[in-house]
Design a protein around this ligand. Structure first.
Ligand code: NCD
Length: 295
């Protein structure tokens, strides 16, 4: 495995993580037009649906001067039964210099030890989503200027969320506090729980999550409006947030299910800011993937 791969938050030291955020912030203004010293060939392999992660990786790659190829699993030899390992090894063999991978299997990368080019994890099942976590962290840092003592409430379908898992690891590393809320049956064992009204009042950042229907065995018994009333961010709940607190969501948003549609672009919502920050952190992890320190 290439040491410049990014697979999980827990593989990073605090210094490495802060270094990525610093580079990402650098890309916002000072080094907006910075490009790799030589163009690299990068493939984006998305085996699960994606809009933001996929196209913000592509945007970052193109802005850095990479040549980019998007892989479509349908129409490829995956349909003939080829394994993930053989697919990725093929990309390496035909000249690609890094791959971005999203796959439904938890920790799919454990099968990819013999791949030598950097792998950037764009989400593995309900396991990890390191670049989403980094963009969440950048958004929090821009707002509060620190992580120590920052209170993050993550609310919704926790058990199926790779975003929740990566953010928990990050906040533990950085000295923030994280609590989880939403339906009791969707919590993870041993993780700190708070009822939703209490969590919303407690937090500096309220992160709402989509119900990961594709990872559920059976359909939800509650209607959308019942879910919103019981567990969603309604206008009434939002009014009880701390004055300085922000609303976050990794998106895609299901309006009027986990969040009232009017809150998506409320003045204290950072949902679209998170997306812009996604390009900055992805530029930073691609730069790191090619072993480039500083600008
Ligand atoms: C998340 C994901 O795919 O894990 N979305 C994203 O990457 N922006 C969350 C989700 O799908 O609900």
């Amino acid at each position: 495995m290439n040491k410049n791969s990014l697979l999980r938050i827990r593989d990073l030291s605090k210094d490495e993580l802060m270094g990525i955020l610093e580079d990402a912030q650098g890309f916002e203004v000072l080094h907006k037009d910075w490009q790799l010293p030589e163009s690299k060939l990068v493939a984006n392999l998305f085996f699960e649906p994606s809009t933001r992660t996929h196209y913000s990786f592509a945007s970052a790659e193109l802005q850095l001067g990479c040549k980019v190829e998007d892989f479509a699993a349908s129409g490829s030899s995956v349909e003939k039964g080829e394994t993930l390992y053989d697919t990725v090894k093929t990309f390496e063999s035909i000249g690609y210099e890094a791959v971005v991978i999203r796959h439904k299997k938890d920790e799919y990368f454990t099968e990819l030890d013999n791949i030598n080019i950097p792998i950037l994890n764009a989400g593995d099942g309900a396991g990890n989503h390191p670049t989403q976590c980094l963009l969440d962290l950048l958004t929090i840092y821009q707002e509060f200027g620190r992580f120590e003592g920052i209170k993050l409430a993550i609310i919704g379908d926790i058990s199926h969320s790779r975003v929740a898992a990566s953010n928990k690891e990050a906040m533990e590393l950085l000295g923030g506090e994280c609590v989880f809320s939403g339906p009791k049956e969707w919590q993870r064992e041993g993780w700190p729980y708070m009822p939703v009204d209490e969590a919303v009042r407690w937090a500096d950042a309220v992160m709402m999550l989509r119900i990961q229907k594709e990872r559920h065995d059976s359909a939800m018994s509650m209607s959308d409006s019942e879910y919103l009333a019981h567990y969603g961010l309604t206008k009434e709940r939002a009014a009880a947030m701390k004055e300085h607190a922000i609303i976050m969501h990794p998106a895609p948003v299901n309006r009027n299910v986990e969040i009232d549609t009017d809150l998506v672009e409320a003045p204290n919502s950072r949902i679209f800011k998170q997306m812009s920050n996604g390009v900055l952190v992805r530029k930073a992890v691609i730069k790191r993937a090619f072993g480039i320190k500083g600008f």
